[in-house]
Design a protein around this ligand. Sequence first.
Ligand code: NAP
Length: 251
Amino acid sequence: MTKFEGRTALVTGGSRGIGRAIVKALAQAGAKVAFVYQSNAQAADELVAELTAQNLVVKAYQADVRNKEAADQVVQQVVEAWGKIDILVNNAGIVRDTLLAMMSPEQWHDVIDTNLTSVFNFCQAVTRPMMSARYGRIINMSSVAAEFGNKGQANYAASKGGIEGFTRCLAKELASRGVTVNAVAPGFIETDMTVAVRNAAEAEIKKAIPAKRLGQPDDIANAVLFLASEAASYITGQSLKVDGGLTLGGF
Ligand code: NAP
């Protein structure tokens, strides 16, 4: 029996990048996996086709994670289809980097709503079903930016710092019900999100990373799989950095 047989999972932002790797890893480990994407239907369709061809069970839902009603509907549809959601991975996220002096209210709200309000939307939607089931694994995608400031990322760092505080609070609220809530904080990962910064400074970035390489989406998926597993049942309210040592400091 594979590790996640009989489990169901919902992953936001599953069409590309880190979320796509998480969808694949969970499905290949035996879970039924639903994922949400915003607008890239082609990427979503390709992923469904690729995994279905491997006899894995995967469904794609187009929805805007900023929208509470949309989150409620997706959760309701997955629960109707599969009876439960055991694992929720709040992964959808965006950057709108710019110095604060130039930051528009739209750039602020887009990032806060997509990265942080979405976590409220989906966590609230799954909380009751998970509490009734006395089982759940919630994993929220943070970033090393939650702790380490970067110029031009006040909106992004605020959203990720918010996710980490939210994660600790919800972990306490749900611990007695068999539901764990943790965060994963990636460093520099090779996805569409980091194309611009990689084009500008890839060599410099690699020099700053003790592991001397950028992270791959699978590096993050592996951490998510561990936190979603039975083996992590006594870990809650934590944020796990997966960054090749980037944030260790010192010499
Ligand atoms: P990505 O390659 O840009 O993919 C973003 C995903 O989020 C896509 O599936 C996108 O859907 C979805 N999405 C964006 N806005 C959405 C919305 N309003 N509603 C529904 N779905 C939405 O990003 P990534 O690099 O994989 O990042 C994934 C997560 O890891 C983010 O939370 C990010 O902050 C975090 N992270 C990334 C890095 C890194 O180095 N890459 C580092 C630290 C943290 P479409 O395909 O439809 O656009």
